[in-house]
Design a protein around this ligand. Structure first.
Ligand SMILES: Nc1nc2c(c(=O)[nH]1)N[C@H]1C(S)=C(S)[C@@H](COP(=O)(O)O)O[C@H]1N2
Ligand SMILES: [Mo]
Length: 303
């Protein structure tokens, strides 16, 4: 596993676009079609700063998973209590094949890929994470999305016996999130099942969690047990808790400040005590890939 990650890292490390190239596209000869062939060779035109993945320790010991407490080290201390086998995801609503999808069956049907992604928390810190996972579209295709569906709703497990944090009403439990269908089907949107080639640790959302790299981290809901296809915009935990501060879209946008702090810069985790803040990028650096999803939309009103 470690080898496999190393091998792709040398290619994927070059540009964010290259990080988004997946094996299937390469095998299908899609590289030139995407205009990235020169990027892979390090062309100055496409060269951007290399993504340098955070240490495994930072990624797995500085977490937000409020079901286990609100401290950054609470998830790594308490999430081992979560039972993740057996696990299944209920897929329901506007799909042809609703039902309980066992985690092992999902893993047999999908293509696991390596994705080196920037990760930007709404609290203005950031990491770079070498995820392993599959495109959410693969799972939605398994269930057969019906033509009237417009949104995807997600729900985290709620296990009071295993989750010491849920006795505190910091959020309404279970944790829920949502995406527009086109956002959910975008090839950058993955369900992560691993980090650095290891099974994803409980504190990071085992056995499978959403990752939407152009949105603030809270959209990336952990330990998913239910996915519902719907024609109405689903409620989301942070929007319910504070609609003035957290909108449905939550796209990373340095021009739209949080009411209580600036979103123009971020603090890279792991840079040491005196690490400099760096500018936050529009759509977290994935503007070229995802801006078209929002053409014509007022991103200040739809924050
Ligand atoms: N179920 C659930 N999912 C969650 C959270 C949570 O508290 N509960 N926190 C979110 C927030 S605010 C962030 S920044 C990311 C953190 O992911 P990480 O711990 O893997 O870095 O998870 C998101 N997903
Ligand atoms: Mo976050």
């Amino acid at each position: 596993m470690a080898n496999r990650w190393q091998n792709t890292l040398s290619e994927n490390d070059v540009t964010p676009e290259a990080a988004f190239l997946n094996r299937r596209q390469i095998m299908a000869g899609g590289v030139a079609g995407l205009g990235l062939a020169s990027g892979l060779g390090g062309s100055p035109a496409l060269a951007q700063e290399a993504l340098d993945p955070n240490d495994y320790e930072d990624i797995t010991q500085y977490n937000n998973y409020y079901e286990f407490g609100t401290g950054k080290d609470d998830p790594s201390r308490y999430a081992d209590q979560l039972t993740t086998t057996p696990w299944s995801v209920k897929i329901e609503g506007m799909v042809d094949k609703p039902g309980d999808y066992a985690f092992e069956d999902i893993m047999k049907a999908v293509t696991i890929e390596d994705r080196l992604y920037r990760f930007r928390c709404v609290e203005a810190w950031s990491m770079v994470v070498p995820w392993n996972g599959f495109e959410l579209a693969d799972l939605l295709d398994m269930a057969g999305v019906q033509s009237g569906a417009k949104y995807v709703a997600f729900e985290t497990a709620l296990r009071p016996d295993e989750m010491p944090g849920v006795k505190f009403p910091v959020l309404e439990w279970p944790y829920v999130e949502g995406l527009r269908l086109d956002e959910a089907m975008h090839p950058l949107t993955i369900m992560a099942t691993g980090i650095y080639g290891n099974d994803i640790p409980n504190q990071n959302g085992a056995p499978l969690r959403l990752v939407v790299p152009w949105k603030y981290g809270f959209k990336s809901i952990k330990s998913v047990v239910r996915i519902t296809l719907t024609d109405t915009q689903p409620p989301t935990s942070w929007n319910k808790a504070n609609p003035r501060e957290y909108g449905f879209y939550s796209n990373v946008n340095p021009e739209v400040d949080h009411p209580r702090w600036s979103q123009a810069t971020e603090r890279p985790i792991g840079g040491g005590l005196f690490a400099r803040r760096v500018p936050t990028l529009m759509f977290n650096g994935y503007e070229e890939e995802v801006a078209s999803l929002y053409s014509g939309m007022d991103l200040k009103a739809n924050f």
